[in-house]
Ligand binder design. Sequence first.
Ligand code: IPE
Ligand code: IPE
Ligand code: MG
Length: 242
Amino acid sequence: MPNIDPKKLPKHVAIIMDGNGRWAKKRGINRVRGHQKGADTVREIVRTSREIGVKWLTLYAFSEENWKRSKIEIQALMKLLKRFVKSELEEMLENGIRLNAIGRIEKLPEDTKKALFDVIEKTSTNKDMVLTLALSYGGRQEIFDAFKKIGTRIEKGDLKADDISEQLISNSLYTAGMPDPDLLIRTSGESRISNFLLYQIAYTEIHITSTLWPDFGKEEYLAAILDFQERERRFGATSSRE
Ligand code: IPE
Ligand code: IPE
Ligand code: MG
């Protein structure tokens, strides 16, 4: 692995996988073909993460706002997701990867949900890496859901307003129990967050590349990790290099 320092690996990498549509458009083919090619990139990035020892990988696969897309595209994405989790099961079991999902999963079609929950269950005791898919996910919706959870507990009397802490908020999010991302990658050049992990990325390092997701691969992923390793994370304090 060229120059990657195993002691300074990001523990948690989150990725906004963007650009499938533009990749297809450039080739004059249907957007769905871009998503299909994007699934190959997912496989490569999961493998590479496992290989280098990234413990948590979170992929933004479908946002709450993506429900605004055409019915045809949504159906194709859901079918692709179903096929993807089924086809990856064996490799996930071999490599100790646990599948996890965050978002309003209940909104997914029944057959997609069934395939997803099946793989989540079958990989639930795996310990080497956690692959989290953000599906029907929105950061604001997640915060809204957390407020509701906390509010209900207060209403029931098992919590007081004074008990609310940063820890309690973290534990009320979909990502409860997960570390915050150290590195956030966005492909296809857009400089925005698009409602991803709003609370969790307070001190995450951001890496934006103009490469479209289907063209992203191992080499560029490793380069993004190298770039991360060269940064100095100060968390609001003064530089230790001074
Ligand atoms: C990302 O690619 C995949 C999803 C959002 C599901 P896009 O479909 O957003 O591709 P562009 O941004 O149109 O190129
Ligand atoms: C963000 O990409 C969501 C996913 C990658 C799943 P979008 O393509 O939906 O984001 P915008 O519309 O460019 O902000
Ligand atoms: Mg996009």
